[in-house]
Design a protein around this ligand. Structure first.
Ligand code: ADP
Ligand code: MG
Length: 316
């Protein structure tokens, strides 16, 4: 997925447009009813990925498949949104401040099941609220009369209304207090298990997705640098970037923190990515070759892939 800038005045004075490759060579699969955690620091392309999958962006290149067929075969926005829903970080800005919870949910329910009578819509609305842990007694409230956690529960209810098969949740707990975060994370886990919905759960913090993801993909500068079953990733991380992220989680065993404690430096300018490995400029294990050769995402073991020239050494 590319973003092109400088197409206005810059082009008039003869400057070439600048292209930012927000996503490059990303290849991922999500199984039915699976929770895929996607992590990486701010600016690495997580939201762009989520938006491509939810159909909010049209990828510049490449294809997205849905149950074996190109995603486009699902049809227009409405058909797609029946199957794939998105939840955003800030429930306040994604909810209409002038509509009550009931009005908002009724609207979605009516769009997706226009044949339903009033009674059916009301029953389904109450059921949705209960599913996300809200009392139907709250339904006449406006968003501002709810807490942050309650508002995020409303966005979740709204996303569940069309009975989607996949929900892309883009940092859905980042704006919430720590105590509320855990409740909402548990709710996602429950929904996956009870309703069999697949989730792509985006977070900038590995700790957030650790216990609820079946698989995790770690992103760096628009690329997936490592993907593995969650337990494998934590027990045997291979890529130096993932190792740094894990080492930086304060709650983990301090002994494991020493070799790669955290990650220094900043994400490079995405308009000018390094020639070799995207992480080479910040990697404490860098070799001269890493600055020349761009590594592929390659299997370390079955279902565990890493994008590092030194995969073998680090997997040992
Ligand atoms: N609409 C856009 N136009 C131009 N650049 C964008 C746009 N959206 C994102 N970007 C750029 O793409 C890169 C990835 O952004 P994003 O997907 O939002 O990352 P993340 O969600 O991981 O923080 C960043 O460098 C960002 O500045
Ligand atoms: Mg984002």
């Amino acid at each position: 997925m590319d973003f092109t800038s400088g197409s206005g005045l810059g082009r008039l004075v003869g400057q070439p447009p600048r292209v930012l490759h927000a996503l490059r060579n990303v290849s991922l699969t999500v199984g039915v009813g699976e929770m895929l955690g996607v992590v990486g620091e701010s600016g690495c392309g997580k939201s762009t990925l989520g938006r491509c999958i939810a159909g909010l962006y049209q990828p510049t290149r490449g294809e997205i498949f849905w149950q074996g067929a190109p995603l486009a075969a699902l049809g227009g926005y409405r058909e797609r949104s029946r199957q794939i829903q998105m939840i955003f970080q800030d429930p306040y800005s994604s909810l209409n401040p002038r509509m009550s919870i009931r009005q908002m949910l009724e609207e979605v329910l009516t769009v997706h099941a226009p044949a339903h009578g009033k009674g059916e819509v009301r029953d389904r609305l109450d059921e949705l609220l209960l599913t996300v842990g809200l009392s139907p007694a709250l339904k006449e409230r406006l968003p501002h009369a709810l807490s942050g956690g309650q508002r995020q529960r409303v966005s979740i209810a709204r996303a569940l209304a069309p009975k989607p098969r996949l929900i892309v949740a883009d940092e859905p707990v980042s704006a919430l207090d720590a105590s509320v975060q855990a409740q909402i994370i548990n709710l996602f886990d429950e929904l996956r298990e009870k309703l069999g919905i697949a989730f792509i759960f985006v977070a900038h913090d590995l700790d957030v997705v650790r216990h609820i993801s079946q698989r995790i993909a770690v992103m760096y500068l628009g690329e997936v640098v490592e993907t593995a079953p969650a337990e494998t990733l934590f027990a045997h991380p291979v890529h130096p970037y993932s190792r740094g992220l894990i080492a930086a989680i304060p709650s983990l065993d301090p002994e494991r923190r020493t070799p790669d404690a955290g990650i220094d430096g900043e994400l490079p300018d995405p308009m000018k990515p390094p020639a070799g490995c995207a992480f080479s400029g910040r990697c404490s294990h860098v070799l001269p070759d890493c600055r020349q050769r761009h590594p592929n995402l390659e299997p370390v073991t079955v279902g565990h892939l890493s994008r590092c020239l030194r995969n073998e050494a680090f997997a040992a």
